[in-house]
Design a protein around this ligand. Structure first.
Ligand code: CA
Length: 230
C-alpha cells in the first residue's frame, strides 16, 4: 500500500536513511527539516501520514503535532512521532498530543514499516490493499477490480478512489472539502464542483447493478455511502 508520507526530520543522515527505506517500500516521500517547512507542505496537500521528529529546530515536533490536531483540516492525519527519548513520561506526552504511535530511535526499517502499516490500516483504511465489501458490492484495491454481485463494474481512477474512500468510511457524511482532501489529496486547487461531477460518474457506473442507491446526497452537507435508505 503505497502512501504519501511526509517526513519531518532535521538530521540529514537520518532523514536520508528513512526516506530511502520508505521509497524502497514503495511510498512516496516528501521531506521537511523543520515544522515550519512541513507546515507549508501540508498547506498545499494533505499527506497520508506524517513521521514527525520530536526534537526540531524552531517549532518542536510536539508543538507541531498539537497544531495539526487543533485544526479541522489536519486533525485526522495519521501521525507517528520519532524520538531519541525512550522515557515513559515522554511517551505519554507524545501520545497525549494526538500522535497515533511513537517510535524510539534507533529503530529498524522493518519496525518502521510495521508501525506505518498498522497506523494506516487503523486510521486510513482507504489506502490499504484490503478488499472491502458492502452488500455485494466488492472492491479489491490490489487488482483494481470492482464487482456488484459478481458483475464487473468499470470505473475511472478517480471514481475508483472515491468509491474506495466511501466504502472504507461507510455511513458517515463527508463534505465536498473533506472528499477533496481525502480522495484528491488537495482541497486548495480543485473546485468543489469537481466532486459533484465524479459523484455523478460514479453513480452512473454503478447504475446497472443498482448499487448507485448506496451513494446518497445529504442536502446541504455532502455525500455518504449508506446501506440504509436515508
Ligand atoms: Ca531532531
Amino acid at each position: 500500500m503505497p502512501a504519501n508520507i511526509l517526513l519531518v526530520e532535521d538530521e540529514p543522515a537520518i532523514q536520508e536513511l528513512i526516506a530511502f527505506n520508505l521509497s524502497q517500500a514503495g511510498h512516496h516521500v516528501m521531506r521537511a527539516d523543520s515544522a515550519e517547512s512541513a507546515q507549508n507542505i501540508v498547506r498545499n496537500a494533505l499527506p497520508d501520514l506524517i513521521l514527525l521528529d520530536w526534537m526540531l529546530p524552531g517549532m518542536t515536533g510536539i508543538d507541531f503535532a498539537k497544531k495539526l490536531r487543533a485544526e479541522e483540516r489536519t486533525r485526522q492525519i495519521p501521525l507517528i512521532m520519532l524520538t531519541a527519548r525512550s522515557d515513559e513520561q515522554d511517551k505519554v506526552i507524545g501520545l497525549e498530543t494526538g500522535a497515533d504511535d511513537y517510535i524510539t530511535k534507533p529503530f529498524s526499517p522493518r519496525e518502521l514499516q510495521a508501525r506505518i502499516k498498522a497506523v494506516l490500516r487503523r486510521r486510513a483504511p482507504q489506502i490499504t490493499d484490503d478488499t472491502v465489501e458492502v452488500q455485494g458490492l466488492r472492491l479489491d484495491p490490489a487488482t483494481h477490480r470492482v464487482t456488484g454481485n459478481g458483475d464487473t463494474i468499470d470505473l475511472g481512477p478517480t471514481e475508483f478512489r472515491l468509491l474506495h474512500f466511501f466504502m472504507t468510511h461507510p455511513e458517515r457524511v463527508h463534505s465536498r472539502a473533506q472528499l477533496l482532501d481525502h480522495v484528491w489529496g488537495d482541497h486548495v486547487f480543485v473546485e468543489e464542483r469537481t466532486v459533484d461531477v465524479h459523484i455523478r460518474r460514479l453513480r452512473s457506473a454503478l447504475e446497472s447493478t443498482s448499487f448507485d442507491r448506496l451513494i446518497q446526497t445529504v442536502r446541504g452537507t455532502g455525500y455518504r455511502l449508506s446501506a440504509h435508505n436515508n
